[in-house]
Design a binder for this molecule. Structure first.
Ligand SMILES: Nc1ncnc2c1ncn2[C@@H]1O[C@H](COP(=O)(O)OP(=O)(O)OP(=O)(O)O)[C@@H](O)[C@H]1O
Ligand SMILES: [Mg+2]
Length: 471
């Protein structure tokens, strides 16, 4: 598509010579002799670029510039101001209001063509960046996070609110694979920092002194190996978000330095004598309980409070079992399109096993499990026999005495001992009676007890014997 240019100048000769020049260079051109005409054309067409005379009969060129630049924020045409007076002041003012450049009259054809070309290229780049941000934002949109659990829904609300505030520090806590990084990215891409970098640093995978130079950078000669200046990640993130993953593993000496950055928005490259001011948002994440690390003395309490101005805690998957079903649907859809499969769903038996499993690796483990099954198995329905051993065996997991406590009970929360013993005894007797077809002698034999004890138990437990009588 041809780039469309609007030329606004009250001098007919200039309009026409520019029109001739730019049409000849392959652009589509419209002409306006004053502000009113320009405004009208602007509402009718979409322009990639406008050449605006600073002095117009009915208005100031800067007024037009402001209208063009603010009509649809970030999406107006690239604007080049033309001035016959070489007045630097108004040119500077124009740049402040978003003009790409200015040019003094009289100008040479070559000069105009070059500046127009550069401006259009810059505009194209801007559009591309906007497009990339849009796709990224879509990918890391909070809407891609699946949950029905009320606590999770509330967390998503918090994420949206916190994203709108561009400065507040956020600490995300949760077990491995619960979606901490996904939330950190949503915070970035939903915020006004989206066009700037999202810089992620894993504090656990880099040794302490290296982490320090990664974060802060260094000057040439700061230490033996510092052959040239290196910019730190903090600088590279300027305007954007710094994601400090596994913050619990950061060494105390570095924690002190990080605290200063958080407090003062300033830091120093290693070996430097001057500060660099930065504008970044800090989002940190950990799968450790930081309070415990503070008690142990390996994590600074003051840093903890600085990092967790907003605290987001993601519950483990086993504590939000109803999420498992929706996540399964979501991942099956996802891998159906990725792997070109037509898997329909999960059998009730498999679902129940998947819901009973502890998911130590949380959503990442669930996602990987589904992917593996969908790569290896050809069936349209995922059933029990497709499930990995750990999922199947966990539901049959037996304690020391050969029995297990059903998952809905948790001794830490307190259990009804008598009630549980009673229902387990009833279950054993009823099962044996079913097998024995109601025959007491046989039932007693199956249970290795004498008939008297069986009679006593049946009475005590209130078991209805008739049900098991042989027809
Ligand atoms: N609610 C969710 N809906 C859909 N996908 C999710 C959800 N939560 C996490 N995921 C997916 O699960 C995987 C793990 O998430 P992520 O990497 O964010 O976890 P994490 O908490 O950072 O883990 P770790 O502590 O191991 O670094 C990713 O593929 C992510 O896209
Ligand atoms: Mg992570």
């Amino acid at each position: 598509m041809l780039n469309r240019i609007l030329i606004i100048d009250d001098e007919k000769l200039i309009r026409e010579s520019l029109s001739h020049l730019l049409t000849g260079a392959g652009y589509q051109v419209d002409l306006a002799a004053d502000g009113a005409q320009a405004k009208q054309l602007f509402t009718q067409h979409t322009y990639d670029l406008a050449l605006i005379d600073l002095r117009l009969p009915d208005c100031n060129g800067i007024e037009l510039l402001k209208i063009f630049k603010t009509a649809v924020p970030d999406q107006g045409p690239m604007c080049i101001m033309m001035t016959a007076y070489g007045s630097v002041d108004s040119a500077v003012q124009a740049m402040k209001h978003g003009a790409y450049d200015y040019i003094n009259k009289p100008f040479k054809s070559k000069e105009i063509l070059l500046i127009v070309k550069l401006a259009l290229e810059a505009g194209g780049l801007k559009r591309e960046v906007r497009q990339i941000i849009k796709t990224q934002a879509k990918k890391y949109n909070i809407n891609n996070m699946i949950a029905v659990d009320p606590l999770m829904i509330k967390t998503f609300e918090v994420v949206k609110k916190v994203a709108a505030n561009r400065d507040v520090s956020v600490l995300i806590q949760g077990e491995s694979g619960t979606g901490k990084e996904l939330i950190a990215k949503s915070l970035h891409y939903l915020s006004s920092r989206a066009a700037k970098p999202f810089v992620s640093i894993n504090c656990a995978s880099i040794p302490g002194n290296l982490l320090e130079s990664e974060l802060f950078g260094y000057e040439r000669g700061a230490f033996t190996d510092a052959k040239s200046r290196k910019h730190g990640l903090l600088e590279k993130a300027e305007g954007g978000t710094v994601f400090l993953d596994e913050i619990g593993d950061m060494e105390p000496s570095l924690q002190a330095k990080l605290l200063r950055v958080l407090e003062e928005s300033r830091f120093r490259r290693l070996g430097s004598v001057s500060d660099i001011t930065i504008d970044v948002r800090f989002v940190s994440a950990t799968n450790q309980i930081l309070e415990k690390l503070i008690e142990k003395g390996t994590f600074r309490e003051d840093l903890y409070y600085r990092l967790k101005v907003i605290n987001i805690t993601i519950p483990p998957l086993r504590e939000r079992k109803q999420d498992i079903e929706v996540l399964l649907k979501y991942f099956i859809d996802h891998f159906n399109s990725k792997l070109n499969r037509q898997v329909k769903g999960v059998s009730p038996g498999a679902l129940s096993l998947l819901q009973q499993y502890r998911w130590p690796g949380n959503i990442r483990e669930l996602k990987n499990t589904i992917e593996r099954i969908m790569i290896l198995e050809d069936d349209e329905i995922i059933t029990e026999e497709h499930l990995p051993l750990e999922v199947i065996s966990s539901s049959r997991e037996k304690g020391k005495y050969g029995v297990f406590l059903p998952r809905e009970y948790d001794i830490r929360q307190g259990i009804d001992f008598n009630g549980l013993v009673k229902s387990f005894s009833s279950y054993l007797i009823e099962e044996a009676m079913k097998i024995a077809g109601g025959n007491k002698a046989k039932t007693a034999r199956l249970l290795s007890m004498d008939r008297g004890t069986l009679r006593y138990q049946i009475k005590k437990l209130g078991i209805e014997e008739e049900v098991f009588d042989q027809e």
